[in-house]
Design a protein around this ligand. Structure first.
Ligand code: TRP
Length: 483
């Protein structure tokens, strides 16, 4: 049963979250930044930028953040704060209040599913980072060449038992925090660790600045060559804008549900997006010069940072120390992201199944951990399993690749599209004006215009354009005589 009465509540301040509230707007900014900044910025952004040709990809990604990401983030926070429950119950309550279809609660369910799928592989990759804390700290990389660094990485991913062990440790870490409630401890940790991560990224960029590959790295990232980007690359850039800002599945919605009334949503979302983007660009600036200085392949794939940064750590003064610090901070960044992936599910289990937070976390954690085994195996025993090899763009895709593609490039943008439609077309104008609290002049109409027209059209266009590129769909369209 939903915990809150479903009578029409016109003033948001009347509704309270049973899970508590952030202590201030700053606490929310920190938590949302903690959720946004993670493996997506430091591990994923560089490797997908590398695989998709660099500059043009980066430009599309930045555009998507500005035009699609920020407005949708505002919509998510707004919906969350108005509903003050898990995304599933929030969607149900608000749909009822706005006289929209009860089917909107499925959006909450789809989000829970997406979070579950993402966390299942996110935790495996975070496990890699965890193991690198010890590898760098012990001086393993000192003086090693690119080849040596590469073989250390292959040894790790080729060993399912080791991956499983680190994945298990990271899942336990995540569930401990979630069980205690995301507000305890998290605020303080993020306040300290995010700036530290930022500083160490600057140190790495400083190192890259002196390497022979810096010019080439900068030009790779910032010189757009549109001949290098494919339709599928466009979809990946858009999907990543959702992934990196934690949008489209209810994570930011559930964090919004703990946001005190009266805090400015717009300013908060812009601040979070700027910090997130800055971290990703710094990571790119740290990594690509090393790639080019050592004759490595920008399109090396998911192992990219694990095959490049250790070269730098192996050659700089106090490299073992900096290396260890870097991976510790990366683990913290991943940790503060992973909890938001599972929080919607846990909040729902507490609200509707009457479980304690501890039990809810254990159940959700075990389910996610089990599913993560697919990712563990897809780097070794099952590395040859290519389920969709009949489709050109998935010819080389492992189970992990497909999971990542399905969630980041399909589920999140679809979720975001529906969130935009709900916020700007189903919710009444008065409700959104009141909740966003930024007056009725310039900025509100701008937001509404973006979310009503630009965002849905942009997302749909990228979808259609990319789908057209998929052979199988083309074949089907051909058979039914459409293309
Ligand atoms: N944004 C995080 C990152 O970049 C990952 C993440 C956390 C996420 N919560 C999310 C992605 C919700 C999508 C949806 O690492």
């Amino acid at each position: 049963m939903p915990v809150l009465s479903n009578e029409r509540v016109s003033m948001t301040s009347k509704r309270k979250s049973i899970h508590g509230q952030w202590s201030s707007r700053l606490a929310f900014v920190l938590a949302a930044t903690g959720s946004a900044v993670g493996l997506g910025n430091i591990w994923k952004f560089p490797y997908i930028a590398g695989e998709n040709g660099g500059g043009a990809f980066v430009l599309v990604y930045l555009l998507c953040i500005a035009v699609i990401g920020i407005p949708i983030m505002m919509a998510e926070v707004m919906i969350g704060r108005r509903g003050r429950q898990s995304p599933i119950n929030t969607m149900r309550t608000l749909a009822e209040e706005e006289h929209a279809s009860g089917h909107w609660q499925w959006l909450g369910w789809a989000g829970v599913m997406a979070g579950f799928l993402i966390l299942s592989y996110y935790s495996v990759i975070a496990g890699w980072a965890l193991s690198y804390v010890f590898r760098t700290g012990s001086g393993l990389f000192t003086g090693l060449t690119a080849d040596g660094v590469q073989s250390i990485f292959s040894n790790l991913v080729n060993d399912p038992e080791r991956l499983l062990a680190w994945h298990t440790i990271f899942m336990v870490m995540t569930m401990v925090i979630v069980a205690r409630g995301v507000r305890h401890g998290l605020e303080k940790a993020v306040k300290l660790l995010m700036p530290a991560l930022f500083v160490i990224l600057l140190v790495l960029v400083g190192y890259a600045l002196n390497s022979s590959g810096f010019g080439q790295g900068v030009s790779f990232l910032f010189h757009p060559d549109f001949s290098k980007i494919t339709a599928n690359g466009l979809l990946i850039a858009m999907g990543h804008a959702f992934f990196t800002l934690s949008l489209g599945m209810g994570a930011i919605m559930v964090y919004g549900s703990y946001l005190p009334s009266g805090a400015s949503i717009a300013r908060t979302c812009i601040a979070v997006s700027l910090m997130d983007t800055l971290v990703a660009l710094l990571a790119g600036l740290a990594i690509f010069p090393i790639v080019f200085a050592n004759g490595l392949e920008p399109a090396a794939g998911p192992g990219l940072i694990f095959q490049t940064l250790p070269i730098a750590f192996g050659h700089m003064a106090y490299g073992s120390f900096f290396g260890m610090l870097f991976f510790v901070l990366l683990v913290f960044a991943a940790w503060s992201s992973s909890i938001s992936l599972i929080e919607p599910a846990v909040a729902w289990l507490v609200e509707n199944k009457g479980l304690s937070r501890v039990h809810a976390s254990i159940n959700a954690g075990i389910a996610t951990w089990s599913f993560g085994l697919l990712t563990v195996l897809s780097f070794n025993r099952w590395s040859d399993v290519k389920l969709l090899s009949a489709i050109e763009i998935f010819k080389e895709s492992t189970i992990f690749d497909l999971l990542d593609y399905l969630t980041a490039n399909i589920m999140l943008p679809l979720g975001g599209l529906l969130i935009a439609i709900f916020a700007a077309r189903k919710m009444s104008r008065e409700a959104t004006v009141e909740e966003l609290g930024m007056g009725d002049r310039f900025f509100y109409p701008l937001w509404r215009f973006l979310v009503r027209y630009i965002t849905p059209v942009a997302v749909s266009l990228v979808f259609l354009y990319a789908l057209r590129d998929i052979r199988l769909i083309r074949t089907i369209l051909g058979v039914i005589g459409i293309s």
